[in-house]
Design a protein around this ligand. Structure first.
Ligand code: ZN
Length: 326
């Protein structure tokens, strides 16, 4: 299978911003290092600007936006700014940035003027944002993350959605509480906002019951709105002990009507400083790094048609961003 691969999520930028002597070419350090992306034929890699909810998150987000720009400037032979209609040369990787946790846009006590300046400065550095996720696992001023239960969309979350409307920036449901996901969808509908809805790196709760995974209800709502859903390769969100569950998640996406939605969102990040020992190993060998996409497609040959494999590999993501930008 030599399809190009378009992947919706990795954490290369926070690795480069936080780890001393970090190097985007170091396959030892991070599973989405350049040689692995090249081996996997990755032609779009969305790189998230990830921050925790803590003082200093806005500065850390700006640092990651600058690093994104430096990757393009310092390595033009390796990285190209992704545009859905532009041919990416062989060995080159198209990249786009995204926001994983709006704590990077606005700390808890930042004024709205500061938040808007932050958004504009980040957009200036990264060109386009592939998506914004309001939260990560915890709560912030915008709403409740995956591991909060009774916290939905807050007034600041509504205000950020209002700002996003018409700006061709999708909202990402991968790190919402269920209440926040419902709040986002309701607010978009009630206010008639023009905001596409995606899940950049999420699996299905009906295959593996985990708060980090999507209910079929939310997945189908994304599909109905012509959004995309990237399958996540992390063991904890697939099934702790059955590697092949990866294929079941992907097939489930097609089964619930996601022929034009199911995509990749592998979620490779720097695991060297992760505190929770139960998470090791983070990935099963069959999906342990960005070189593995062709083998994954090969395994799915018996279950999906050639046209469905092409949609999964890149076409669904390409069509989504083509529609968004034209
Ligand atoms: Zn994530």
């Amino acid at each position: 299978m030599n399809f190009p691969i378009y992947d919706l999520h990795c954490d290369m930028l926070s690795y480069l911003a936080k780890v001393p002597n970090a190097n985007p070419f170091s396959s030892e350090d991070i599973a989405c290092a350049v040689p692995l992306l090249q081996k996997g034929n990755v032609k779009l890699q969305v790189m998230a600007i990830y921050t925790d909810v803590r003082p200093g998150s806005m500065a850390l987000a700006r640092k990651q936006a600058d690093i994104f720009q430096e990757l393009l400037q310092n390595h033009p032979e390796t990285f190209a700014f992704f545009e859905p209609d532009k041919e990416i040369k062989s060995d080159q990787i198209g990249i786009m940035a995204s926001i994983e946790n709006a704590a990077g846009l606005g700390e808890e006590h930042a004024s709205w003027k500061e938040i808007e300046q932050q958004l504009e400065a980040i957009l200036e550095s990264v060109g386009k944002l592939a998506y914004i996720s309001l939260t990560h696992h915890t709560e912030n001023r915008f709403g409740g993350g995956n591991y909060t239960e009774a916290i939905g969309l807050k007034a600041d979350g509504k205000r950020l959605l209002d700002w996003m409307s018409g700006k061709r920036i999708p909202i990402d449901l991968s790190h919402t509480s269920d209440l926040l996901a419902a709040g986002i969808l309701n607010h978009i509908d009630q206010q008639n906002l023009d905001i596409p809805v995606i899940a950049s790196h999420s699996n299905y709760r009906s295959i593996w019951d985990h708060k980090r995974n999507l209910t079929d209800e939310f997945a189908q709502e994304i599909i109905r709105r012509k959004g995309i859903i990237g399958v996540n390769f992390l063991r904890a969100f697939l099934d702790n002990s059955v590697p092949e569950r990866l294929f079941e998640h992907i097939l489930h996406g097609f089964e619930i009507g996601g022929d034009n939605a199911q995509s990749f969102g592998a979620d490779f990040f720097y695991t060297g400083d992760f505190p929770d020992p139960s998470r090791y190993p983070f990935y099963f060998p069959l999906a342990e790094n960005a070189s593995k996409y062709p083998e994954i497609l090969e395994t799915l040959k018996g279950s999906l048609s050639a046209s469905q494999l092409g949609k999964l590999a890149y076409q669904n993501v390409r069509n989504f961003y083509q529609n968004l930008y034209t």
